[in-house]
Design a protein around this ligand. Structure first.
Ligand code: UDP
Length: 330
């Protein structure tokens, strides 16, 4: 039986596909390549198509015995979601609705869904637990929460079991350097700082230094992309064993300010990285730190790369060897 991975050519998706293959799982990837890179999908059947393309999805079910799905495909930028909410509702909500309708039609019973810490909004306490209030401050978080809720109702109605994984800040790259992070344009903090270290940008803009945090810059919880991959594998395995739906946070339980991230990048790369304070970015909560005790206790999740310096070192190695990202191989 095979796992269908939507968005498997994207950053977190491609690392998860690689991890699943290393566990000898059979995997099929669906990706429309608007953000993903075909070169990131190594050694697995690949279908180019949208979540709304029922014909491609029917074809995948005809060609393979799919019994479960890991659903990554989505638009995922906080700032962009604030300026273009309709696109986020179209791609994320309508796209997931079309996909899940097809999964129900084909009798799929297990889905792992790529959710986000942005579902919590400005949390009432830190670290955040899964039972805490969800009140997103941007359309990205809103659309992910809407899909989580849709999946919960689909469990009741059709017996489609789902696990929603709320990631905090995915970072790092395959330690062996086969794949890594390549967004165009890049908007995530660590790759932006590393681009500055490579001399590809003059400086890093720090989006706001007047937040209520220890140095005034936003605090985030950075988690290695391969540790996220491991959690997807464990969540799917556990859901198949117990036939129970659930929600899990995935983070390190430690927060770093934007300034601390830049400092870590300076020390890992040995480069002087220029940084300047700029206005706040719309939709950004001040602090997001996960409690991941539930994933650790219930899924047996065991993050292998918890240190920020290690996460940055793996990302740095990818960026040094692939200064143009996957564009180097095109
Ligand atoms: N950030 C920043 N400068 C940048 C990019 C990001 O100061 O060029 C900040 C951003 O405001 C947030 C943190 O870094 O507080 C992490 O942002 P990122 O986009 O990487 O992830 P997000 O938390 O939005 O998922």
């Amino acid at each position: 039986m095979a796992i269908l991975v939507t968005g498997g050519a994207g950053y977190i998706g491609s690392h998860t596909v690689m991890y699943l293959r290393e566990q000898n799982e059979e995997v099929v990837v669906l990706d429309n390549l608007t953000k993903g890179h075909e070169q990131a999908v190594v050694d697995v059947p690949f279908y180019k198509g949208d979540l709304t393309d029922g014909k491609v999805i029917d074809q995948i079910f005809e060609d393979h015995s799919i019994d479960s799905v890991i659903h990554f495909a989505a638009s995922s930028l906080v700032g962009e979601s604030v300026t273009n909410p309709l696109e986020y509702y179209r791609n994320n909500v309508a796209g997931s609705h079309a996909l899940v309708s097809k999964l129900v039609e084909h009798g799929v019973k297990h889905i792992v869904f790529s959710s986000t810490a942005a579902t919590y909004g400005n949390p009432e306490r830190t670290p955040i637990e899964e039972s805490d209030v969800t009140a997103p401050t941007n359309p990205y978080g809103e659309t992910k929460l809407a899909i989580e809720k849709m999946l919960r109702w689909c469990d009741d109605a059709y017996g489609l079991k789902s696990v929603s994984l709320r990631y905090f800040n995915a970072a790092g790259a395959d330690p062996e350097g086969r794949i890594g992070e390549d967004h165009d344009p890049e908007s995530h903090l660590i790759p932006i700082v590393l681009q500055a270290a490579l001399g590809q940008r003059e400086q890093v803009s720090i989006f706001g230094d007047d937040y209520d945090t220890k140095d005034g810059t936003c605090v985030r919880d950075y988690i290695h992309v391969l540790d996220l991959a491991q959690a997807h594998y464990l969540a799917l395995k556990k859901m198949k064993e117990t036939n129970e739906s659930g929600v899990y946070n995935l983070g390190n339980g430690k927060g770093f300010t934007v300034k601390e991230v830049i400092e870590t990048c300076r020390s890992v790369t040995g480069k002087t990285i220029e940084a300047e304070v700029a206005p706040r970015r719309a939709g950004d909560p001040a602090t997001l730190i996960a409690s991941s005790s539930k994933a650790i206790n219930e899924l047996g999740w065991n993050p292998v790369y918890p240190e920020l310096s290690q996460i940055v070192a793996h990302a740095w190695s990818w960026h040094q060897n692939n200064p143009k990202g996957y564009g180097d191989n095109e």
